[in-house]
Design a protein around this ligand. Structure first.
Ligand SMILES: [Zn+2]
Length: 185
């Protein structure tokens, strides 16, 4: 599944030559709405309506992440029946299933927004090799939140130990780590 998801992300990136998500969403016959969702919910994907709803108040990078995550569900999980409303800690198998499809949607988002053909040459550059933790610079380069950048490198087996200076900065940034994503899939 892993390679399959990466191929889907790569092919889509090559096909449209763009990561403009409004454009991609419309090409994939989904609909995107920006509607305030309150303090906890940041993104909702309505499978039957093929509708992605995100909170307009999110940081631009986080919007890109969450739209793309929802697109991952749109492309990969149309036929899957999953119940997000039961207590997943008490329902072991349902919990596993949800974690698996969440990981797949994250993987799609990470490989679409940070495509192999752009990342791989960058990783060979000296400034990256010499930086103790190039996550923030790479996040700016790809216009994604630092936690998605880190996940992308983890998927690649390249995650670097987070140095405490960055850890402190990231911990203070509510956009990065404080929010919860609740979805209806
Ligand atoms: Zn999800």
């Amino acid at each position: 599944m892993r390679r399959e998801i990466i191929e889907i992300a790569n092919n889509l990136y090559k096909k449209y030559g763009s990561d403009d998500l409004h454009f991609i969403v419309s090409k994939l016959k989904a609909h995107l709405f920006e509607i305030p969702l309150g303090k906890i919910v940041k993104e909702v994907y309505f499978k039957d309506l093929k509708a992605i709803v995100i909170d307009p108040n999110l940081h631009f990078y986080r919007k890109r992440h969450l739209i793309c995550h929802a697109l991952g569900h749109h492309l990969l999980h149309q036929g899957k029946k999953t119940n997000y409303f039961i207590d997943l800690d008490k329902n072991f198998y349902e919990g596993l299933k949800v974690r698996e499809i969440e990981k797949e949607a994250e993987m799609f988002a990470a490989f679409f927004l940070i495509p192999e053909e752009k990342l791989n040459p960058l990783l060979k550059e000296d400034w990256i090799k010499e930086s103790p933790d190039p996550i923030l610079e790479l996040s700016e380069e790809f216009q994604v939140p630092p936690d998605l950048m880190r996940k992308r490198l983890e998927f690649e087996g390249l995650a670097m130990p987070m140095n405490s200076f960055y850890k402190n900065i990231l911990a203070k940034d509510p956009v990065c780590f404080e929010e919860k994503i609740i979805e209806i899939v």
